[in-house]
Design a protein around this ligand. Structure first.
Ligand code: NDP
Ligand code: MG
Length: 385
């Protein structure tokens, strides 16, 4: 029986995790749940699985939950995420919150030597180098939930990176794959949020349309698998069936395939090194007849180039990229900026960034704060001008 703290329980990955917990009651016991402000969904999930400890980052939501929910303890504030991640009751932390707020709980869980089933890719984008060092010291482990990285992890099957010639991550290409980029500048949130193959939270769905999500994934692969960036490739594969391909030094390529359903990588992150029998949707060999692969067109993938630039700059640049993007996506969803403004604004912030001093958790979070402020300045300037 594994005992799990689930952070981000009310989101898209969170609900996939709840679904697995319901299906594997004899193997998975959820001991705590956290979200930002959706107290109703969180207490419902807690009651469904008999969970007695919940956390809401938003204080008002925590107060509502305490007034209404008498079946256990309600923690509040950002520190509650860390408290649940550290808690000795849980052996595994599923980190499925969105945004850089996920970083501290990842650090806490790893430093206690726990397994982190890591959906919160921002943790690795911000602090991949620090996290791998913490994990090495403490014996903790990050198992990727991001489908492409779960694919790489499964293909590698423990082989050292010296055996690997190249890793290829697939990208669906997002909703605008076949559109002339000049015609998408004024696309609405509704259009952007229609992802062709995956159903996900809003931020990552917008990030798929700019391809910055795939850029984050290149950074994620660099740190999770200790790969030089020039050995991480991206290929457009609109069907999202092949998630990753690993070419070994002898020329053999191993790929991981499955239907696009996040419960599968999540299940593997929990069951590893075992494999548990599942009733998840299966792929038939006939489904492979129409798979296609093509190189990304740089004009349609501005986010990919920006992420490579941040990775080359190193230090706090990836944290700046992430924070600027997080704010820009919020402004776009609130209809304050156009879709076509997203990447230029993020690029402006990345260009203005001057990395300083040694890389620490504090310098990363400081860069994150700076980038958010700078992005809002740039956006205000743009809308005024
Ligand atoms: P969602 O937007 O669907 O869910 C986000 C979750 O995080 C919710 O539970 C939300 O709580 C919580 N949350 C948001 N902001 C905060 C905050 N400030 N403090 C605490 N909790 C917060 O996101 P997804 O499930 O799509 O994505 C989660 C993570 O997984 C992201 O990092 C994403 O990049 C990654 N990922 C997702 C994939 C997917 O298929 N969805 C695929 C690969 C990676 P509330 O409901 O109360 O706001
Ligand atoms: Mg992914």
């Amino acid at each position: 029986m594994i005992r799990v703290a689930l952070l981000g329980a009310t989101g898209s990955i969170g609900s996939a995790a709840l679904d697995l917990a319901g299906a594997y009651r004899d193997r998975i016991r959820i001991v705590s749940l956290a979200a930002r402000s959706n107290d109703a969904a969180l207490t419902r999930a807690a009651d469904g699985l008999g969970v007695r400890r919940i956390a809401l980052v938003d204080a008002e939501a925590a107060r509502r939950a305490r007034d209404r929910w008498k079946n256990g303890e309600v923690l509040e504030g950002e520190s509650a995420l860390t408290a649940l991640a550290e808690d000795g009751e849980a052996d595994v932390v599923i980190n499925a919150v969105v945004g850089s707020i996920g970083l501290k709980p990842t650090v806490s869980a790893l430093s206690r030597g726990k397994r982190v089933a890591l959906a919160n890719k921002e943790s690795v984008v911000l602090a991949g180098e620090l996290l791998t060092a913490v994990a090495k010291r403490s014996g903790g482990m990050m198992i990727p939930v991001d489908s492409e990285h779960s694919g790489v992890f499964q293909c590698l099957a423990g082989r050292p990176v010296s055996d690997v010639r190249r890793v290829t991550l697939t990208a669906s290409g997002g909703p605008f794959l076949r559109r002339d980029p000049r015609t998408t500048l004024d696309s609405t949130p509704e259009e952007v949020l229609k992802h062709p193959t995956w159903s996900m939270g809003e931020r990552i769905t917008v990030d798929c349309a700019t391809l910055v999500n795939k850029g984050f994934e290149v950074i994620e692969a660099r740190w999770l698998f200790d790969l030089p960036p020039d050995r991480v490739d991206v290929v457009i594969h609109p069907q999202s069936i092949v998630h990753a391909l690993v070419e070994f030094v002898d020329g053999s390529i191993v790929a991981q395939l499955s239907v696009p359903d996040m419960r599968l990588p999540l299940l593997f992150a929990l069951s590893y090194p075992e494999r548990w029998t599942s009733e998840l949707p299966r792929l038939g060999v006939a489904d492979l007849a129409t798979l296609t692969f093509e190189p990304p067109d740089p004009d349609r993938c501005p986010g990919l180039a920006l992420a490579r630039r941040a990775l080359t700059a190193g230090g706090t640049a990836p944290a700046v990229l992430n924070a600027a993007d997080e704010e820009a996506v919020r402004l776009f969803l609130d209809r304050k900026i156009r879709f076509g403004d997203l990447m230029p604004l993020v690029e402006e912030v990345l260009t203005a960034h001057r990395p300083e001093g040694p890389l620490t958790l504090e310098s990363i979070l400081e860069a994150d704060r700076w980038a958010r402020g700078r992005l809002h300045e740039a956006a205000a300037h743009m809308t005024r001008g």
